[in-house]
Design a protein around this ligand. Structure first.
Ligand code: NAP
Length: 270
């Protein structure tokens, strides 16, 4: 447990990796602002944490809307105290199709949430952190950001952009006392991957992933890629010619189409 509680803000805390990050931080003694769109899920987590003796603030917000992301930070600062750790974790994963046409609504949502959402979430905290000469900015990106994959073009592009944005930010903030960590996980068992029908190498559960991520943050890692063997596979895949990638991933493409159909069906049902 921490001696005096510090304040963390975690986006995407209503599910998966974000839920576990928030839960484990709270159990370590952090006061945690829980940010996502589904208020009832955040309240459920807040209750579980309160039952274990932890302190949270529920902040419903869409991080893809700049005013909402900024408001979430200001609420956390007013209610809990100055945030020292911001984890921009909220993200969406949808296939990118080409037939019958590119699903641009999904593409826009991924760029807005996964890239702009991260930028909005982190940017609002920078002036306070620089003024205090302390703080830690973290984005949950993905190993998918190292290689464009068929059926995942927009998701991979959103994560590649996050990686490069944070590289720049890290160098820019050198000497200010503000640390910047990029986290690139492989496959993690969460609602985002639960409909995948293909083999997911190195699949980890969300609680183990959160444990590793928090350890990397504590150690002040600049970029944390895990698990190492999936990172190696992804890095090596950069040398694999397109025709072989297409052959290896033809099944993956089919799955992308299937899961897009599922997404569209469930959206239609809403
Ligand atoms: N699972 C994996 O294999 C994997 C691998 C690498 C990287 N990642 C990354 O890890 C992060 C967490 O993913 P996950 O696997 O935990 O997925 P998840 O279980 O689907 O959770 C996604 C979270 O993001 C939130 N979210 C989505 N859009 C949002 C928006 N516009 N505003 C605020 N919150 C939003 C969701 O909450 P609401 O719906 O309540 O808003 C939810 O809490 C993502 O950035 C993902 O890309 C995941």
């Amino acid at each position: 447990m921490k001696d005096s509680p510090s304040v963390a803000l975690v986006t995407g805390a209503s599910s998966g990796i974000g839920w576990e990050l928030a839960r484990q931080l709270a159990l370590q003694g952090w006061k945690v602002a829980l940010v996502a769109r589904r208020k009832e899920r955040l309240e459920e987590l807040a209750q579980k944490i309160a039952a274990a003796g932890g302190q949270t603030l529920v902040v419903p917000a869409d991080v893809g809307q700049r005013e909402q992301a900024e408001r979430a930070y200001r609420m956390a600062r007013e209610e809990l105290g100055m945030p020292e750790l911001i984890i921009a974790n909220a993200g969406v994963g949808r296939p990118t199709l080409v037939e019958p046409a590119v699903n641009l609504d999904d593409v826009e949502e991924m760029i807005r949430t996964n890239l702009l959402g991260v930028i909005y979430t982190l940017s609002v905290a920078i002036p306070d952190m620089v003024a205090r000469r302390r703080g830690h900015l973290v984005a949950i990106s993905s190993l998918a950001g190292y290689r464009g994959l068929p059926g995942e073009s927009a998701y991979c592009a959103s994560k590649a952009a996050v990686n490069v944005y944070l590289d720049g930010l890290r160098i820019h903030l050198r000497g200010t006392g503000v640390r910047v960590t990029t986290v690139c996980p492989g496959f993690i068992k969460t609602p985002m991957t639960e409909n995948n029908t293909f083999y997911m190498p190195g699949l980890l559960d969300a609680s183990e992933a959160a444990r590793r991520i928090l350890r990397a943050i504590e150690r002040g890692k600049k970029v944390y890629n895990f698990p190492w063997h999936v990172h190696l596979m992804v890095k090596l895949s950069r040398w694999v010619p397109d025709r072989l990638m297409q052959r290896f991933l033809s099944k993956y493409n089919e799955d992308a189409r299937l899961s897009a159909t599922r997404t569209n069906l469930s959206n239609d049902a809403k």
